[in-house]
Design a protein around this ligand. Structure first.
Ligand SMILES: [Zn+2]
Ligand SMILES: [Zn+2]
Length: 355
């Protein structure tokens, strides 16, 4: 193992909103663990929720769950990695023996741990360690663009849950980073005409940089710019243009109010996907008679397991485009500014970068 320092800089939260850049010991490797030097780690809405104490997180915590790095060491029993390999880290660790794991439903693991979120330190630090089975090699993507692999894997999981029928019409509400990934995955099925998929995709989101980016990525057929103050006219137009609604409506804005209304755009027999990070206290009210009579399926999609191989294929090969989505980068010391760029939406997506 190359000579490594004894300590590293890390962003550490003692509790919600109380953070500092501190010196901590390097992670200790368990059998099967690989040590990486972090190159970039994405900042996402979840980090803001963690900061505010709004998300299932345990403190103290080194956050960061979209980690890209370079292999700098590993335990003796690790196979298939060498020093210098560039890797993306899947952040979850599953117990393997609880009620759900035994049923092959690992995402629902009762002892679900996730680097940077729950019980394990994450990538807003100079070094981080992961089990070898949770690291995936990358070749072409830049470190910064590769931070999208984790959010894209969540979108891939969502796609698997939606399982679009051939010829589906879909409406995606919101054009944030994971929305843009979801859009491309849905739409890829059109371009490649391979598997079941969406034949027409509409994105509805506030006009601005995210929507412009969606267009430049060629992520959909139709784009509806929603007025931030009052989007009633645009929603009325969507209704007019799509009198039968959509087979699939994905609510990716995280607004419970928008989610509540979204059911009115679901075609009979269609699916409504709850895909935003909603405040824990938010509630929606839907007429059960509509869900019953129109046979509407409500789908929740949260996080992912085992989606990295597919996602790395799509992103590292350039089939799914990443350029321009991460439009702000910060040093670890600029954590406050990074958080603010997510809060005030000046960043489409931000990342912390290391030398
Ligand atoms: Zn995230
Ligand atoms: Zn489990």
């Amino acid at each position: 193992m190359a000579s490594l320092p004894k300590t590293m800089k890390a962003l550490r939260y003692e509790k919600p909103e109380v953070w500092g850049i501190v010196d901590v010991p390097l992670p200790t490797l368990r059998p099967g663990d690989v040590l990486i030097k972090v190159k970039a780690c994405g900042v996402c809405g979840t980090d803001l929720h963690i900061h505010e104490g709004e998300f299932i997180a345990e403190f103290p915590l080194i956050p960061g769950h979209e980690t890209i790095g370079e292999v700098v060491g590993f335990s003796d029993d690790v196979k298939g990695f060498k020093i210098g390999d560039r890797v993306a880290a899947d952040n979850s660790e599953l117990c393997g023996h609880c009620f759900y794991c035994r049923r092959g439903e690992e995402l629902l693991c009762e002892d679900f741990k996730a680097h940077g979120v729950l019980g394990l330190d994450g990538g807003f630090a100079e070094y981080c360690s992961y089990p070898q089975g949770r690291l995936f090699k990358i070749n072409n993507l830049s470190d910064v663009d590769a931070t999208l692999i984790e959010p894209a894997s969540c979108a891939m999981h969502g796609l698997e849950k939606i399982a679009p029928k051939p010829g589906s019409h879909a409406l995606l509400i919101g054009a944030g980073p994971t929305g843009l990934m979801m859009a491309q995955f849905l739409y890829l099925t059109v371009l490649h005409r391979k598997h079941s998929g969406v034949s027409q995709l509409t994105i509805a989101a506030p006009g601005g940089p995210k929507m412009d980016l969606a267009k430049s990525l060629d992520a959909a057929d139709k784009y509806v710019a929603l007025d931030r103050k009052d989007a009633t006219p645009q929603w009325e137009q969507i209704k007019k243009d799509n009198p039968y609604g959509f087979d699939i409506v994905v609510e990716a804005s995280g607004s419970a109010k928008v989610l509540e209304d979204a059911i009115n755009y679901v075609r009979r027999g269609g699916k409504l996907v709850c895909y935003g990070v909603y405040p824990s206290a938010a509630r929606v009210s839907w007429p059960p008679s509509k869900i019953f009579g129109d046979e509407i399926t409500i789908i929740g999609s949260f996080s992912e397991t085992f989606m990295f191989p597919a996602t790395v294929d799509y992103l590292d090969s350039g089939k799914v485009k990443t350029k321009g989505i991460v439009n702000k980068t910060f040093k670890l010391e600029q954590w406050g500014e990074a958080l603010e760029s997510i809060r005030n939406k000046s960043a489409i997506k931000a990342a912390i970068v290391f030398d």
